[in-house]
Design a protein around this ligand. Structure first.
Ligand code: SF4
Ligand code: SF4
Length: 482
């Protein structure tokens, strides 16, 4: 990391001032917490409405259940040799300087409890075996630090044993949720999906209205009858965007419409499931599965041939999980998750854009690409976004090699951390990405994730990196001769 600006000064927007790294460290350890969830949301998503009375016993029982079901978790508990190769690989450590954010230190919070209850040595001689009770103090540490991990998996790339701390974080959150301990942000979002079909809680009528407004606006701008269809039974394609594309990242939504119009394809969104994002991933497997299933159910209801996932990182990570976590897709073409970037590259290979791209339309942009953790490390979408950018832009620069592709840094807001009460952690976690963007002096930071698109403008502003953040597809449609 020596090549980057490592100034220890951290501005804290919550305090409208400047604090130093040691002070921020104190912040992190002294309790910058996500707010706890509300009873109504816990009930709506099948969690105990409050912390259960015998929580320690129940948590250990759940821990044992996970160790039985998930053999990798047991291996991760046993094989760490504390070599330290992962220590400086987590953006939350690099940003905060808090050693408890070393991936190995985070995982040790769980390993101490594992040794205490699941190993003979830890049961008999806890102090000699670095084992610890799962008491109130430990639970508080779990709640703080397993919600200062964005489940990004960067550390696992550097671990010689392939230990995946994201899996450890996911198990810890699963255990906590089983006893009625989870954050407001994550539980509220999952509850909104069951109520409205999307993470933002947008009612169906508002979704439809917005699509109509978009049609009017785009017609006015382009003179073209570009449609944003909703619940169109028998359409060829169901697009599952992150719902933020319809309200916040409107340029991305417009790009979907322009693309399908250009290709002459009948497509639709669904009001039953107008969300690709899946916050179940940040909570527990039961909700992960239920939220994923909605996508396949919506596609069956509308009778589409193909499901295409939009520009969303964790939607894609949830999509590429084993089919048992979203249901068989044999009736679709292709019969496996298909990303908008893959679709565009396939169309490019078929010559659909031959002679129809004017790259000079993007000539005022120096574009760099931020690999979202979930598309790069968890979803293997490394080349497709780059192919699209190269096809649409004359000026594309890559950030340093140790900050891109599978070594990409998290934006600092993934994994259920995109919530304002932990703004100092988010800004600190986003620092390594900001420094890498600064290094290449790009003026357009392209990415294919709605969370990154929400987090990165704040991070770039915070670290004084003047850059516009936007999608990849819109670069292509901006250059398309429609
Ligand atoms: S790199 Fe792997 S083995 Fe080494 S301390 Fe980190 S988790 Fe443990
Ligand atoms: S998974 Fe990502 S956020 Fe979590 S400890 Fe590893 S590097 Fe840090």
């Amino acid at each position: 990391m020596a090549k980057f600006d490592e100034t220890p000064i951290i501005k804290d927007p919550a305090r409208d001032g400047i604090v130093t790294a040691p002070e921020l460290r104190e912040h992190a350890t002294a309790g910058v917490h996500c707010w706890p969830g509300k009873e109504k949301d816990f009930t709506a998503i099948g969690l105990p409405p409050e912390r259960v009375a015998n929580w320690q016993e129940k948590a250990i029982e759940k821990f044992g259940e996970l160790l039985e079901k998930n053999k990798a978790l047991r291996v991760y508990m046993d094989i760490c040799v504390r070599c330290g190769a992962c220590t400086d690989k987590c953006q939350f450590f690099l940003g905060t300087g808090d050693p408890q954010n070393f991936p190995v230190a985070r995982a040790e919070l769980m390993r101490k409890v594992y040794r205490r209850y699941f190993t003979p040595g830890g049961r008999a001689f806890p102090q000699l075996n670095d084992a610890a009770d799962f008491d109130e103090e430990m639970l508080q540490k779990w709640y703080t630090y397993f919600y200062q991990c964005s489940e990004c998996r960067r550390c696992s790339v550097f671990c010689p044993y392939g230990i995946d701390t994201a899996e450890i974080t996911m198990a810890a959150r699963e255990i906590m949720s089983s006893i009625g301990v989870a954050t407001k942000y994550v539980t509220e979002v999952v509850a909104k999906v069951y109520e409205t079909g999307n993470n933002l809680g947008i009612p169906s009528a508002a979704w439809k209205d917005n699509c109509e407004f978009l049609e009017e606006d785009v017609q006015e701008e382009t003179g073209l009858p570009i449609r944003f269809p909703v619940d169109d039974e028998g359409a060829d394609i169901l697009l599952v965007p992150p719902s933020a594309d319809n309200f916040a990242n409107v340029d991305t939504m417009i790009a979907y419409g322009k693309l399908f119009h250009f290709l002459g394809i009948r497509w639709t969104t669904s009001t039953y499931c107008n969300e690709g994002g899946n916050f179940g991933l940040f909570l527990n497997y039961k909700n992960l599965k239920q939220v994923n299933k909605r996508i396949v159910d919506a596609a069956r209801m509308l009778g589409v041939k193909t499901i295409i996932w939009g520009e969303c990182g964790h939607a894609w990570r949830a999509a590429v999980l084993p089919p048992t976590l979203h249901g068989p897709m044999d009736m679709f073409d292709p019969p496996y998750p298909y990303h908008i970037s893959q679709f565009v590259v396939d169309m490019m290979k078929k010559g659909a854009f031959e002679g129809k791209i004017d790259k000079s339309a993007n000539d005022d942009l120096i574009v760099t690409y931020h690999d979202p953790c979930n598309t790069a490390r968890a979803g293997q979408l490394l080349e497709e976004p780059r192919e699209i950018i190269r096809a649409a832009c004359n000026h594309f620069v890559e950030m340093p090699a140790d900050t891109i592709r599978e070594k990409t840094f998290c934006c600092g807001g993934g994994g259920g951390l995109l919530t304002d009460e932990i703004m100092p952690i988010r800004m600190a976690g986003g620092k390594p990405r900001a420094m890498a963007v600064k290094h290449v002096k790009a003026n357009y930071l392209a990415t294919i994730c709605a969370i990154c698109k929400a987090q990165l403008p704040e991070v770039m502003g915070y670290w004084d990196v003047p850059v516009q953040v936007g999608g990849v597809l819109q670069l292509l449609t901006n250059a398309l001769k429609m």
